[in-house]
Design a protein around this ligand. Structure first.
Ligand code: ADP
Ligand code: MG
Length: 259
């Protein structure tokens, strides 16, 4: 067995470039349920990281820690070089404007039209200097996801794949530098999953964002990841490029990659 848990402690990359996200010894428990025990990960500009791991293992909690929605019990979380535990409410809000979050549920407001859903982050963050008018930004965002004609529809009139596209469009409308996707293809049929995978790749290439994608979808991981990180037992258990990981004689990896 060549598999050894490699809970790599991140440091500056060989080139001296600072990470966009730096997670050091992150800990989070709910009562006796220890979710993150000692999680370490550095993510560099432009990287696309896929996080895989069993259901209930702590993947969503991990990305919620990154945007300050969940407060860790210990460890350090630096985003854009800022220790997020030291930010006040306003600073955290400013940080969040730079991060797009695509929720697993798409989290559209059911009582609002597609247009109003997309306008929401623009109006909420009015302080940010937004170049261009709201109407143009909404149309551009819809064009990006191929749904220009859906502008006046209600979420209930959209298919699962369309909802996902609108969720993605909304998370990108403020031009974030980091995009976090929580299981973007879970619950979608294989063809729609492929379309969403292609869309995520196109948008990554167009906007050069740094991203984290949580998924169980091996095809999505293979297509999009520079690096895949396996979360297991509260640590970054194994990480590497798909081609490296697939060769590993590790029971967890095999379980995920068997098809
Ligand atoms: N608000 C909460 N209160 C208590 N336990 C929680 C809460 N949120 C998540 N958990 C627990 O934390 C663990 C990790 O959850 P989560 O990150 O959502 O898993 P997943 O890897 O499926 O995304 C689970 O055991 C879940 O029950
Ligand atoms: Mg989850």
């Amino acid at each position: 067995m060549e598999s050894v848990a490699q809970n790599i402690i991140p440091s500056k990359s060989a080139t001296g470039i600072e990470p966009v996200i730096e997670i050091l010894h992150l800990q989070k428990a709910f009562g006796s349920n220890v979710v993150l025990r000692d999680f370490n990960l550095s993510i560099y500009p432009g990287e696309n990281i896929v996080v895989m791991g069993k259901s209930g293992i702590g993947k969503t909690i991990l990305i919620k820690c990154i945007i300050g929605l969940v407060k860790p019990d210990g460890g350090t979380m630096r985003v854009f070089g800022q220790d997020i535990s030291k930010l006040d409410h306003r600073e955290l809000d400013e940080l969040r404007m730079r991060i797009g979050f695509v929720f697993q549920s798409s989290a559209l407001y059911d009582s609002m039209t597609v247009r109003q859903n997309l306008e929401f982050p623009l109006r909420r963050h009015r302080r940010k200097k937004i170049s261009g008018n709201i109407e143009d930004l909404v149309r551009e965002a819809l064009k990006n996801v191929g749904l220009e004609n859906a502008i006046d529809l209600m979420p209930s009139e959209l298919s699962g794949g369309m909802r996902k596209r609108i969720g993605i469009a909304r998370s990108l409308i403020l031009n974030p530098e980091i995009v976090l996707y929580d299981e973007p293809t879970t619950g979608l049929d294989p063809i729609t999953s492929e379309e969403i995978t292609r869309l995520i790749m196109e948008l990554q290439q167009k906007y050069k964002t740094t991203s984290i994608i949580i998924t169980h979808d091996v095809d999505l991981a293979k297509e999009t990841a520079n690096r895949i990180v396996f979360l297991s037992d509260g640590i970054a258990y194994l990480q590497g490029a798909y081609d490296e990981l697939i060769k590993k004689d590790d029971p967890l990896i095999k379980q995920f990659f068997k098809k």
